[in-house]
Each structure stands twice: as structure tokens, then as C-alpha cells.
Design a protein around this ligand. Sequence first.
Ligand code: SAH
Length: 349
Amino acid sequence: MTTDTSLIDSIRTRRDIDAVQLHTLLEQADEHLVAALRCAAQEQAVAVYGHDIYVRGLIEISNICRNNCYYCGIRRDNRKVQRYRLDKETILACCRTGYELGFRTFVLQGGEDAYYDDSRLCDIVGSIKHHHPDCAVTLSLGERSRESYRLLREAGADRYLLRHETADDSHYRQLHPDELSPVHRKECLFNLKELGYQVGAGFMVGSPHQTVDHLMSDIRFLQELQPDMIGIGPFLSHSDTPFHDQPDGDSDRCLRMLAILRLLFPKVLLPATTALGTADPLGREKGILYGGNVLMPNLSPMAVRKKYMLYDNKICTGDEAAECRACLSKRMEMIGYRIVVDRGDVKKI
Ligand code: SAH
């Protein structure tokens, strides 16, 4: 049987995909088709970013969360979690270490923890920008008011990561309790964009009850939002959540999805995520070879690494930041790429 790869050309030239094409690319077992998809996505990423890989230092500032997402290991009702939060000095120390290791972007991620009110957070963001004026500060702290996002932007925050999780409202309800609203989540993303943030959206691949049609809705939503970054990774179950017995998302499906996103959004920042590296020991390398161009290694203090468990078996929780950085450099070299010392802004032209 000869493989018809014309649909890949059609997606690449039209920068669009329909539901039938998405079904074919995600469900067909034809390895030649998958190889053609990978090559096309890789070629596109190299055309825009060369063999440069951008890195962001991820600082997990708190595992205290008021939300109860069914998939997440640090959800409010998980009594087994030893809760922590990092103070300003600790966060600044992580940034200092990160700067020496060549990071020029810091991502502060955490649960929705009321301790980080606007004044505390603006002070932290302002201090990072003061000490490292050549660095970008990214926040990934969930849903906040438009006014809060405005103040944080004023304080110097450059970017915000807020995965939309799923663009389909009824699927959103299957992943979250009623107190969370898909409309509000999307509204946050549009507010962030309007306020001048570089915005990252995204979703899990293989989350419980997800269908190809849901993924099609995700693509349509992303086409509307036009984010600067799209973060995707396989869903991985956590033993102390309502989804403890749900099957993990398939890492190969996630790779196919990455490649499709690269063809649809040629310039977008596309991380090969930690979840992908957890699902497959070579997941991050493969993520790059399927069109990714960003890595987000962990800069959190060793003492808290194992407490920020969004899912079981998360990798790199026992390694120092410097070890993670060195390990990733080697891994990238092995596949012909190099990590660069750069803020790593999205290429606009
Ligand atoms: N509180 C912040 C940060 C959430 S953690 C926020 O709401 O944006 C970052 C991402 O990890 C989430 O957006 C989710 O997509 C992902 N995540 C959470 N639990 C996961 C799991 N069990 N498997 C894979 N990814 C998960």
C-alpha cells in the first residue's frame, strides 16, 4: 500500500485542518504517514527557529490551591499533599541560580494560592525584573481578575501561561467541578492578550473522556485566540485524585498533535513538556523532533520538588537545577539541537 501524504501538504499550505483530516492523522496506524507528518513539522520548526531550543526556568512557587480539578495531584481535596509556598527571597535565589545557568526566562507556576495577592506578587515580579532586566517573567498562576492581570503586567510580567484545558464546555465540566467555568477560563485568556501579555494556552492529550472532536474544538479555539505559545502534554493519572484509575494519555498521540500544531501555527512556541518526558523516557527529544522548540526545566528548590506532583512519577524531581540543565543540553546535542541563552520570544516575522 502506498501512503497518500497529500493531506499533510494541504494542511501545511492552507494552515488549516478539518475534522476528517484530524481523525486520519491521529487514528491511522500507517507509520509512513506519521513519519511524513513528523518531517513536515520538523522542517517547519527549523525554518523558523533553526536548531535553537529556548529554555524557561520553571519555579513551582506554591502547591496550595483553592481549586479541585479532577485530574490534578495538588487539588484542594488531596489531603496527602504536604503543602508549601516559596517566599520572595527563595524565589529570587532560584532566579539567581537560573541566571547563572543561562536562563533568561523565569516561569512562576503554582496553584491558586491567595497568599500571592496582587501586592505580594507585584513586589516579587518587580524585584525579579529589577535584578534581571534582561529576562522575561512568565506567570502561570491560574485565573485572576482582569485588574490583577493589569497590575501584574504593570509590575513587569511579560507572559502568562494558562492552559484552556479543553475548549469544549461539556468536556470541561467532566474535568472540573461546577465551581469552575470554561467561559471564565477563556475570558481570562482574552483579557491577558488584550493587556499585552504574550499568552500561552494549551491542553492535555488523552484526558478522560476526550474525543477527536474535542481536539478539533481545541484547534478552532487556538485559531481564534492566536496564542504565542501552546503547551500540550499527555494526561497522566495521579493516584490520589478522582481520575486515579483513568488510563494515561498516549505519548505518540501527543507527538502527532504537536506536529499538527506546528503545521497550523508555524511560528508558535511549542514546548516538549515534562509530562511528555514522563510518559516516554525520550519524550522531550521526540517532542523537539515533532516540531517543538522549547523546554521548561525545573528550577524549584530541591526541598519542594517532590511536593509539586501534578501526576504520578513526574521526572526530574531528584535532580539539582544544574544537573537538569546539563542533562538537557546533552540530550539536545544528541539530536542535533542546542539550547540557547536567550529570552526566547516568539518570532513575529
Ligand atoms: N494553577 C495553574 C497551573 C496549573 S499546573 C493554572 O491553573 O493554570 C499546569 C498544567 O499542568 C495544567 O494546566 C494542566 O494542564 C497540567 N496538569 C495538571 N494535572 C495533570 C495531570 N494529571 N497530567 C498531565 N498534566 C496535568
